[in-house]
Design a protein around this ligand. Structure first.
Ligand SMILES: Cc1cc2nc3c(=O)[nH]c(=O)nc-3n(C[C@H](O)[C@H](O)[C@H](O)COP(=O)(O)OP(=O)(O)OC[C@H]3O[C@@H](n4cnc5c(N)ncnc54)[C@H](O)[C@@H]3O)c2cc1C
Length: 273
């Protein structure tokens, strides 16, 4: 790997407090978790960053627990951890479903939910789930904690409101009422990046989120409102086209993504009838 012979600096904090201090006092530093995105970028020579903060050893950022009605998932929780979790399978089955379709077992063992959120790819498979679940992203700095509604977390393509001296420490998901639904459309079942990915909740006010159809994950608010008011599915499908702004890229075309998104909406509505 090109990275192996590059002059990289790797800081090894012993605690979360240490890590946050290093970010503040010795930054800029790139947090390094499971490395499944970072290694690829380093290997391709596509990453300018040379100074890293290894957070993989920080157990304070691991684990899944229920706090009242809220499911709290530590940022370093891996996809395998999410798949194994009884709480996640019971309360947030769409997140377990998304995790099962990420990469293959190797990536599921190493890739983390915090990394997926921070990486901010519009194709990140957990992101529509977190958007449809109205999750909160917890950010911590040396002496502050703030919780950002998922809908406000991204400020543009791969850009977020996280400051360089903050870590994502957890994601909190309130109880989700209604039938949950997840579907990823890619080239094949494993090791494929989404062409379109959708997570949705059927409730009085449906919640529908899509990935790979805009610069960031999007909530399909127009389609949601149409379905909530009892509009026919073809009207919701028409409005969905205004919610999304897909592009042509190496994985697909805008036209295909529009067609698939509309079909997924109809499938969600049929499946959860
Ligand atoms: C073969 C392969 C297949 C893949 N398949 C999929 C797939 O199907 N679906 C999908 O969504 N993704 C996929 N990915 C991408 C990747 O596995 C996920 O995005 C994963 O969740 C990244 O987590 P990580 O811990 O490895 O992040 P890292 O690579 O360690 O970091 C990614 C980014 O997040 C930042 N970061 C990480 N943790 C934090 C934190 N706690 N606070 C602040 N910043 C942080 C890092 O600085 C970096 O910018 C795949 C990757 C590979 C190599």
């Amino acid at each position: 790997m090109r990275s192996a012979v590059s002059p990289l600096v790797l800081l090894q904090p012993r605690s979360l407090r240490d890590a946050l201090r290093m970010l503040r006092d010795e930054g800029p530093l790139t947090p390094l978790a499971g490395c499944t995105d970072l290694y690829v970028a380093l290997n391709l020579g596509a990453l300018a960053d040379r100074r890293f903060l290894n957070i993989w050893g920080l157990d304070a950022l691991r684990g899944i627990e229920r706090r009242g009605d809220v499911l709290r998932i530590g940022a370093l929780t891996t996809y395998s951890g999410l798949i194994r979790s009884v709480e996640v399978r019971r309360r947030l089955p769409m997140l377990a479903a998304a995790s099962r379709e990420i990469g293959a077992v190797q990536v599921q063992n190493r890739g983390t939910i915090g990394g997926n959120i921070a990486n901010g790819s519009p194709a990140g498979d957990t992101l529509p789930v977190l958007a449809a679940a109205d999750a909160l992203v917890e950010l911590r700095g040396v002496d502050w904690t703030r919780k950002i509604p998922f809908a406000d977390f991204y400020s543009g393509y791969r850009a977020s409101v996280r400051r360089p001296d903050e870590l994502i420490t957890a994601v909190e998901v309130p109880r989700v009422e209604g039938a949950q639904w997840f579907r990823k459309v890619g080239t094949r079942a494993a090791q494929s990046i989404s062409k379109v990915v959708m997570a949705a909740v059927r409730a009085e006010q449906p919640r529908i989120a899509l990935g790979s159809v805009a610069p960031t994950v999007v909530r399909a608010r127009r389609a949601e409102d149409a379905l909530a008011s009892g509009a026919p599915i073809d009207e919701a499908q028409r409005l969905l086209q205004e919610d999304i702004s897909p592009i042509d890229d190496i994985r697909s075309t805008a036209a295909y993504r529009r067609e698939v998104a509309a079909r997924l909406l109809a499938q969600f509505w049929r499946d959860t009838r």
